[in-house]
Design a protein around this ligand. Structure first.
Ligand code: ARG
Length: 467
């Protein structure tokens, strides 16, 4: 039997090695539901415009639904001879309906079909990831609510910097993840364009109705240039990029928690169900899941790089190279989806080691910047105050004490106009209270932000019908 892609122009079959080399069914079979969805809309449009009859359309509809069922039940036979998912479904249709099945591909090419399938798949994939990100954000907000009284050292260069409320720390991740959601939404908007009907390269001379297909499939608009549409993979890149940033955020969080759960930091207890053991050392409880989340970001970034290199330098319009877009795209999605699925319960199930954090909170001069700002408030130029507090810290280090353990005369030696009220702002707990600026760790600011996040995520629950 001649395969449908081999027309009368060929005298014989392809070399059997080509079949194995060129097939994509092993990768694109997961698009089957979207391929059928696109075909159903296409058939409806063909009937509306008179290119097929209403009765033919109904036969096609029924047969496509049977095919979908067969695939879902695992009864469908896939074979490399039929190259890709488009040919598989079309061939199955022809086997059932004969000439009626042969009409479905009217005014359509696999070049516009494959991008339509991908665009439909990406919409759902993004909606799924969005829910997963929300679940992680919700876990952080719940942690924030539960860790209200805790103060943590904030780090720069992984050196102790300033004191912050734990709530501020947890909400920082909500902000990062919020931008991830925005990037995903942008990618979804760019994917939500109908490419079907742009044909192989130049469109079609048949009287198709793309606007109607656009409505049926719920796309926002029509791709306006057929040459562009069949070669456009920008929407794939956009999604891959959004996932790369998301994976990088998760990797940074994982790295932080791996450190925090070490004996050396002792800040965090990870949930036991998400740790693994050593085959040799019986005492070990290893953060393997976090390490894998960190490690898998490499794959996601690698996939983005592969996609960028894949599309660069391709002439218009469709080139078979583009078939190679799916494997990295699917891999990034599967990877990020799996990481997010585990991130939520790890965030929810971890516990701050409050006593260990409190016991060492006064180490590292977290209050030095607040003291400097107090002197600035008294009229000292910033550079002068910076230098003055530096000398005080030096003295405290030499005596192995905190700033608040220095006698008043030491403070007066660097700036005479200070009195014992200076001690009210020293120490990490007091220093946290001194912040005021918008976006800072100021307790009232942080409280407002927590409310805002609770409200926003509560609202997201309501939007999903769970409120
Ligand atoms: N399997 C192909 C892909 O994923 C579908 C389009 C093939 N088009 C063609 N003219 N060979 O890109």
């Amino acid at each position: 039997m001649a395969t449908p892609s081999r027309s009368g122009v060929f005298a014989g079959a392809a070399d059997p090695r080509v079949e194995r080399f060129a097939e994509s069914i092993s990768v694109d079979r997961r698009l089957y539901a979207y391929d059928i969805e696109g075909s159903l809309a296409h058939a409806q449009m063909l009937a509306k415009t008179g290119l097929i009859t209403a009765e033919e359309c109904e036969q096609i509809r029924q047969a496509l639904q049977q095919i979908r069922q067969e695939i879902e039940q695992g009864d469908f036979k896939f074979s490399a001879a039929l190259e890709d998912i488009h040919m598989h479904i079309e061939q199955a249709l022809i086997e059932r309906l004969g000439d009626v099945g042969r009409r479905l591909h009217t005014g359509r090419s696999r070049n516009d079909q494959v991008t339509t399938d991908l665009r439909l798949w990406i919409r759902d994939a993004i909606d799924g990831l969005d829910q997963r990100v929300l679940a992680v954000q919700r876990a952080f907000v719940d942690r924030a609510e539960g860790d209200r009284e805790v103060i943590l050292p904030a780090y720069t260069h992984l050196q102790r910097a300033q004191p912050v409320l734990a709530v501020h720390y947890w909400l920082a991740y909500c902000e990062k993840l919020d931008r991830d959601r925005q990037r995903l939404a942008d990618a979804r908007r760019r994917a939500n364009v109908l490419s079907l009907g742009t044909g192989a390269a130049a469109g079609t001379s048949l009287p198709i109705d793309r606007q109607y297909v656009c409505q049926l499939l719920g796309f926002d608009s029509l791709a306006a240039n057929s040459l562009d549409a069949s070669s456009d993979r920008d929407f794939v890149l956009d999604f891959a990029y959004a996932m790369s940033v998301l994976a990088a955020h998760l990797a940074g969080w994982a790295e932080e928690w791996i450190l925090w759960s070490t004996h050396e930091f002792g800040f965090l207890r990870l949930p036991e169900q998400f740790c693994t053991c050593s085959s040799m050392m019986p005492q070990k409880m290893n953060p393997d899941v976090l390490e894998l989340i960190r490690g898998r970001a490499a794959r996601v970034t690698g996939n983005l790089t592969s996609l960028l290199v894949l599309v660069q330098g391709l002439p218009l319009a469709y080139n078979r190279d583009l078939q190679e877009d799916k494997q990295p795209l699917f891999d990034s999605y599967d990877t990020v989806d799996a990481c997010l699925e585990l991130a939520a319960p790890i965030v929810a199930g971890s516990q701050l080691n409050r006593s260990a954090i409190a016991a060492r909170l006064e180490e590292g001069y977290l209050d030095a910047t607040t003291l400097m700002e107090h002197l600035i408030g008294k009229g000292l130029p910033q550079r002068t105050a910076h230098h003055a507090v530096g000398t005080l810290v030096r003295k405290a280090i030499d005596r192995q004490v905190g700033l608040r353990d220095l006698p008043l005369e030491e403070f007066q030696a660097v700036y005479p106009d200070v009195d014992s009220s200076i001690y009210d702002m020293l120490g990490a707990t007091a220093a946290v209270e001194c912040f005021t600026s918008y976006g800072s760790t100021a307790p009232q600011q942080v409280e407002d932000q927590l409310r805002r996040w609770q409200h926003r995520l509560g609202a997201a629950d309501v939007a999903r019908g769970e409120g």
